[in-house]
Write a protein that binds this ligand. Structure first.
Ligand code: UDP
Length: 241
């Protein structure tokens, strides 16, 4: 499967026309590489990759697929590739993937978030999309090795992990290195949003490309993280990404 990439600070961001194209690419990677690891790329993760060479290396593995989630990344890739690109929010892509899993009876394992949220997530997925959830664990486990063994023996073919970056990707690659053959997706705060424990920006804000601002206003303690969007814009304008 031929995928066009645009480099942003060393991260290869793939140019995908729509959600379906990313999901097709995930299944293709699973078949050809034995695993697929999807990264929802936003400005914060590009900046993280500039300071953390190990994380950058993970984004560049043969099984990795980085798609443009945040508005900053979408605009930067549009400028570099000279083509229009849709924003592909990770939480929407994950839900589309869960729908496919339910319809095709693909086994899913869920990791991350609080015990309450992960419990609600698995129940909601079973009721809404008839997803076969073969196991789940919150993101505050003590025995990682035991969890990896549990995922391996569950036979899951899709594993989504909501622990924030780079924690979720580091965990995913330890699962991959333990021989788990699956589509992995790092999904940050997605389960919190899916279960309505955290509110996403209203559609107007999303369409205006201001979801980041809504999040900043509703969770002001995130300002330190949001500064990375400004850093990203600064580096991009100086042609250092
Ligand atoms: N989280 C977790 N384990 C940890 C740290 C965080 O499960 O050790 C979960 C947390 O409960 C929340 C999510 O990770 O559900 C936070 O993701 P973040 O806010 O970083 O998401 P993003 O900004 O990427 O959407």
């Amino acid at each position: 499967m031929k995928i066009n990439n645009v480099a942003l600070g060393g991260v290869q961001v793939s140019v995908f026309a729509n959600q379906g194209a990313v999901i097709d690419a995930m299944f293709d990677r699973l078949e050809t590489q034995g695993a697929a690891v999807a990264f929802s790329m936003n400005a914060e993760m590009i900046i993280l990759a500039q300071h953390n060479p190990d994380y950058l290396a993970l984004t560049r593995q043969d099984c990795s697929l980085c798609f443009a989630d945040g508005i900053g990344v979408v605009k930067a890739v549009e400028i570099k590739s000279k083509q229009k690109l849709p924003r592909l929010p990770g939480c929407e892509l994950w839900e589309a993937l869960m729908k496919v899993a339910g319809a095709s009876n693909i086994a899913v394992f869920l990791v991350g978030a609080s015990a309450k949220v992960i419990q609600q997530t698995q129940q909601q997925l079973k009721a809404q999309y008839q997803v076969s959830v073969v196991g789940y664990a919150d993101g505050y486990f003590d025995n990682e090795q035991q969890l990896i063994e549990q995922i391996k023996s569950s036979g899951a073919r899709i594993v989504s992990v909501a622990m924030g970056s780079p924690k979720q990707e580091q965990f995913i690659f330890r699962c991959r290195d333990a021989g788990i053959q699956a589509i992995f997706m790092g999904v940050g705060g997605t389960y919190d949003v899916y279960t309505n424990n955290v509110k996403r920006a209203p559609v107007f804000w999303q369409k205006a490309g201001l979801e980041w601002l809504y999040r900043l206003l509703s969770q002001p303690t995130r300002w330190r993280r949001q500064v990375n969007l400004l850093r990203f814009i600064g580096l991009f304008l100086q042609k250092r990404l």
